[in-house]
Design a protein around this ligand. Structure first.
Ligand SMILES: [Zn+2]
Length: 267
């Protein structure tokens, strides 16, 4: 039984889900504090917490009435067991309950006697932690109260999903910006090379207008020559030269004496 529990807590896919939400050791968040406060109010308990269960520790994402505690161990009986339950997990009197009577929070200074929790389970079935309430005296609970715990656990999942979506959007935007910057940089470098090439065109006979307009034919003056690695070349206006160089990786600015242009005429 204990082995099964330890294996379930350490399951790589569960831990990957915990990691995905980047919640462990994250700064305090108002949303989780509010969840803990509502839980404490609904049960009338002095303590409520929102926990994330790591492989070897229970980390507190929010603590109401339990200042200064950031994490506890994964001894069985409380959060490290409740996280694996399929619904509300209630210990009315921890001092006599065989599941909890040896737990350090029960035997120790905190003197925990009452504990009720709902597991935080993601839409794809991963168990992340608990929303729970704690008291130093034994208590009974109503179905209405445990129902609120289940709803609060659902709200934690909703918040985590929103948070994850926002983080992903920021990351995607940053990536797009990098690509755009690279493109702009490339285009700046190219413009400089095009200017140099145009300046170096001597009096070689060349067509008056750009040959890269395709079927529409471009009326702009031909100012430089481009070629590709197959040896095809064409005279082009700066705009079409830039376009073809950016779009076709084998195209480069050619020496004006380079011949052949068949391939460009149809582009
Ligand atoms: Zn042109």
């Amino acid at each position: 039984m204990e082995q099964t529990r330890t294996a379930a807590l350490g399951a790589p896919d569960r831990l990957a889900a915990v990691a995905r939400y980047e919640i462990l050791d994250a700064p305090r968040e108002g949303a989780f504090d509010r969840v803990a406060r509502i839980a404490a109010t609904v049960f009338g308990t002095p303590i409520a917490t929102v926990t994330v269960v790591d492989a070897d520790r229970v980390w507190f994402a929010a603590t109401e009435g339990l200042d200064g505690v950031t994490q506890v161990g994964v001894e069985p009986g409380l959060c490290a067991s409740a996280v694996l339950a399929d619904g509300p997990y209630v210990v009315n009197d921890a001092a006599v309950d065989p599941r909890t009577l040896d737990h350090p929070l029960v035997r120790g200074e905190l003197g925990l006697r009452f504990y009720a929790a709902a597991p935080i389970i993601t839409a794809d079935g991963h168990r992340l932690g608990t929303v729970n309430v704690i008291d130093r005296t034994p208590r009974e609970v109503t179905d209405g109260q445990t129902g609120v715990l289940v709803d609060l656990a659902g709200m934690v999942v909703d918040h985590l999903e929103l948070r994850l979506a926002a983080a992903r959007a920021v990351r995607a935007e940053r990536q797009l910006r990098t690509v755009a910057d690279l493109r702009a940089e490339r285009s700046d470098q190219l413009a400089a090379r095009l200017r140099t090439a145009m300046a170096s065109v001597r009096d070689h006979a060349h067509p008056d207008t750009c040959q890269l307009g395709g079927r529409e034919s471009c009326p702009a003056p031909a100012e430089l020559k481009v070629a590709d690695s197959w040896g095809d070349s064409a005279w082009a206006c700066p705009k079409h030269a830039e376009e073809v160089i950016l779009q076709v990786s084998s195209v480069f600015i050619a020496d004006e004496s380079l011949g052949g242009l068949a391939a460009f005429k149809t582009r």
